[in-house]
Ligand binder design. Sequence first.
Ligand SMILES: CC(C)(COP(=O)(O)OP(=O)(O)OC[C@H]1O[C@@H](n2cnc3c(N)ncnc32)[C@H](O)[C@@H]1OP(=O)(O)O)[C@@H](O)C(=O)NCCC(=O)NCCS
Length: 190
Amino acid sequence: MGPTLALSILIIVKLRIRLRSLLRPVVRYLAFFHYNTYYHEGDGKLTLGHRVGQCNVLFNTASGDITVGDYTIFGYNTMILTGRHFFDGGKRVSLKDIDLTQAVLKEHLGWGGGPEEVPPRGFDINIGRSCFIASGAIITGGVTLGHGVLVCANAVVTKDVPDYAIVAGIPAKTIGSTMSDENPDTRLRA
Ligand SMILES: CC(C)(COP(=O)(O)OP(=O)(O)OC[C@H]1O[C@@H](n2cnc3c(N)ncnc32)[C@H](O)[C@@H]1OP(=O)(O)O)[C@@H](O)C(=O)NCCC(=O)NCCS
């Protein structure tokens, strides 16, 4: 290896190290908002507001649109699930004409969706501005959350939530308010 080549490699290595240290804070900043988020796409559309903080949310738009307001943030392992599977006569709709007692069903048993079973629309989820959806929480299809809502960890939200409510449990119930006049220590919470 000639001296010119060796010098070039040295310069490139040094530059890469310098670039890496310069880029690291930028990557960390972006990663805070887009870290390991998953998308199960369908006909639905995902619309995220300004500065929506995602850890590793799963956005499922199989059966509707998802809209998230500005400055709303999500904890770890949160799931926003519009997707539905309809049943008919005790079976998933896409299997309704199939005799499930037959042994050979391989040609029929794919993942089994399709629009007759998974409705492409009708279960939109709307989340307001400045909410905190804490870790492990699930929001099911057709639900609207107001602004300033706090969803506690592991809650399963199956009904609309008014502005400034704190909801917890399965199914989630209102347990408080994020309005500071009702909770003086709200700043610590939401
Ligand atoms: C199962 C599911 C589809 C039920 O929807 P539904 O039949 O329309 O039921 P509703 O939302 O009308 O709820 C009926 C009742 O069950 C309760 N309920 C619904 N889901 C519940 C849950 N996961 N845990 C506890 N209770 C639940 C509701 O609060 C409601 O209670 P109420 O009668 O006291 O008011 C929905 O709750 C769900 O789990 N969605 C997520 C689906 C999913 O995993 N999608 C991704 C893969 S495609």
